[in-house]
Design a protein around this ligand. Sequence first.
Ligand code: UD1
Ligand code: CA
Length: 456
Amino acid sequence: MSPPLNIVVLAAGKGTRMRSELPKVLHRLAGRPLVEHGLDAAAALAPAATCIVYGHGGDAVPRVLAGRGLAFALQAPQLGTGHAVMQALPHLDGRAVVLVLYGDVPLVRPQTLNPLVEAAHGGALAVLTATLDDPHGYGRIVREDGALRRIVEQKDASAAEAAIREINTGIMAIPAGRLPGWLGRLRSDNAQQEYYLTDIVALAVADGVPVKGLDLAEPWEIAGVNSPRQLAELERVWQRREADRLMDAGVRLADPARIDIRGHLHAGSDVSIDVNCVFEGEVTLGDGVSVGPNCVIRDSRIGAGTRVEAMSWMEGTMVGEAAVIGPYARLRPGTELAAGAHVGNFVELKNSQVGAGSKINHLSYVGDATVGARVNIGAGTITCNYDGANKYRTVIGDDAFIGSDTQLVAPVKVGAGATIGAGSTITRDAPERVLTLSRNKQFTLAGWKRPQKNKD
Ligand code: UD1
Ligand code: CA
């Protein structure tokens, strides 16, 4: 039987270069805090326990990560990565393999971590390394006759050591039983006056414990976020991976460099997406859906064959098949469009169901409404759903025709097949199949003259 896995995520550092009040690991990548990305990779390894070491920024980190069965260890003050792991010791199982991850390294993949953990199963210390063209800033892997002997930090390195291109990613798998002893022997007599976790490598060598260096990671995978620039760079790496995944599944992207997915986008076959679209939360696009440029779609399901035209914004919506939305439509939470519905420019919908084949094509607000099938809602129609205190519903029957510039003062019902004359303010229910209108009588003043400008 393999030993249990315990994961320690180091997230106490200050992140000075972010120049932000927010703890670094809570800055967002693809819409989620950095630390959550690492936790996703960790969760894929099914650990018996996961402990987050936090410090800078008070309890902001445990608050964001509450309710997930994680353990938290406070590190205050922050005296280095070795000192950080020391704080997690009470939460660790002495029989476990301890995998150390960094909260500011978001792109690491489970398939890279797995062999590292396995390498430590027999009691060895396993260090994930990478070989970089520019190793500056990283701890260097010092080998003798191929065997990993120690790690030297950039600030402590001799010129010869600084020339080494194999670096410490910071990710290690450590036999838990050895940790208290090794951590207890760390010293801070180094350039940064910190307790370096990396010094356990030399201690393991001294104790005759095998040390394995696995050069497995892709450079982007172990890249940490230290500055807004690096955060933005990793965001593009992430988004490019998402774009590639979509294209590999057959989605046609006008430009893979101009799409942002902050959550999960599920797409059927023959889906096409134009430039500058943002997808947030859980979004599902059915077969043949096309999305025009500059759309924002959040937590929505869109049925097969529907066209979303340019500049449309949708949140919490369910759309049937072959609907047409936009350009410039705004669909707010609770909007449900049945098959073949059309919603046009400068139309706002909220908490409303629109039946099959109905059209709301121009400049309207429809909120808290139930609209039947084949209804035509003319330009400039407003549901007056709010009296300043409460919201009320508007119900419009099948085949109704609402003339332009109508106000429907809710609660109100328009019967099936009813016609409402343009410019009406409807305050009482309108019966089915007949014309209802409220409108001042038009009159003409014969012989009326326009006023003239006064002389001098
Ligand atoms: C560390 C490694 C270095 C490696 C590099 C990879 C050490 C001594 N050095 O250097 O070999 O190449 O990462 O990116 O381990 N942290 C705490 N408490 C602390 C200090 C740090 O929780 O007291 C956390 C930080 O929040 C961060 C991680 O540990 O998530 C790494 O800290 P950082 O200061 O960035 O380490 P580096 O100097 O980059
Ligand atoms: Ca770092």
